[in-house]
Ligand binder design. Sequence first.
Ligand code: OOB
Length: 551
Amino acid sequence: MSTQPTDTTDAPGYPAEFAERYRAAGWWRGETFGQMLRERALNHPDRVAIVDPAGAGRRWTYGELDDRADRLAAGFLERGIAKGDRVVVQLPNVAEFFEVIFGLFRIGALPVFALPAHRETEIRYFCEFTEAAAYVIADTSGGFDYRDLATKVRAEVPTLRHVFVVGEPGEHTALADLESEAREPVAVADGPAPGDLAFLQLSGGSTGVPKLIPRTHDDYIYSLWGSNEHCAVDENSVYLCALPAAHNFPLSSPGTLGALYAGARVVLAPQPSPDVAFPLIEREGVTITGLVPPLALVWTEAAPNSPHDLGTLEVLLVGGAKFSEEAARRVRPALGCTLQQVFGMAEGLVNYTRLDDPEETIVTTQGRPISPDDEIRVVDDEDNDLPVGATGHLLTRGPYTIRGYWRAPEHNAKSFTADGFYRTGDVVRVTGTGHLVVEGRAKDQINRGGEKVAAEEIENHILAHPAVHDVAVVSMPDDYLGERTCAYIVLREGAEPVKSIAVKKFVRERGLAAYKVPDRVEFVEEFPQTGIGKVSKKDLRAAIAARLVTS
Ligand code: OOB
């Protein structure tokens, strides 16, 4: 087995002494995703792995998924996609998502996980920055034609040699064409080593462009089986994937990949709404699922009047944004299952309330880390450790937390301490039982019900408007999403007045995901300033919150 650290030119790997420690402790098991699926397929080929209810409904067994991944792997290799190549994957919740990523895992090519909501600006950036060799899409989904998007991006990004389409390919290549029957299985010996990168995940981010998060087979697989232990996922579990499958939460906490690791069944929901999800829970006997807080609220409201039997549901994970205590208290009475709060991040660290925690702990905390080797520091603005119970910045290091973003040395110097702790940007306190309570955020980001919006990214787009002199994007409180975005704008002197709707349209037309379009636009003469003359976002947040109360 290779003990090479990950490629240090692209991403700082784990220092050798830590890698040894994590291996010796048994956290890193020396498995790869390709092997993991192969083993499950050999042990229980006929057990159902994936249920995709879309269209006529499909049920793929472990044997079938393994076989499909193999054939796709061979197809990718034949088209010149090789180990280490990046492939942007943007698929809705369909079974093909899994054959594609396992096909790529098997040959050591790296999926780059885009979300279905991403549009031209984001996709072009992912393809350009990662020098992607291929882009995998659905033909259409949610009323949007991804083939047109792919045509544009392909014309702009010279490295992008292939576009593979689930469904009708148009001018591109059908994924189905890659899967012809006659292909030889790929020799696993040619595949990646456990310490190699497996994929690039996207950061929610607070900077102008999203950072890419390099995860290894070893570290991510630990987060899967560690999650399975804390969430009681075993081969009898049925996991409903209601959130977008590519996001780290439904992917790995314990998510679809955790369920597949356990030999359990994954049920894909095309939409997370109760009218779609509740019938699936009843029909498939779903035992566990994960939701962001706004959806958890909708589910708790809908459940008591639902004609569907939700009796099999044992665990509802809620995370991605802070779940209010009042809402948390309603989960068990309404849904008849245990709430498990999850506070995680694509960079690594994941915390869960434990299934046997007292109800008070479950509703008032965001859980404690997966691993005894997760190191947690709570520090002040100068990186001094604070006493237990004090509120401060959360820093973390551990067996499944990255040591740096992909190809981002300057940013890494700021986002990580010299000794490798990741600065999460979250403000927390730790209780006497070691549970974390999220008290706020120091990073310049808006958490729109779990969807992360980097203020700087949106500010840069709005600044491109000819009438805009300056802009500051801040969060405003919202009953449903927790937060929404408000863009404060100072217009250029003498500029024609602009309507807020025109600003929103301008941002949308720059080809951004819809959730990044500001929810509200306010025009001001000037910005409030801090003592040293910087824009005071704190004052802007307070101003908009006060206006919302009075309006
Ligand atoms: C999850 O991952 P990301 O990468 O989209 O976002 C991470 C950030 C955290 O740093 C924190 O600011 C926020 O999302 N967050 C929470 C939270 N869970 C995440 N803030 C308050 N309470 C919570 N329970 O969002 C993610 C990844 C894996 C599992 C769950 C969520």
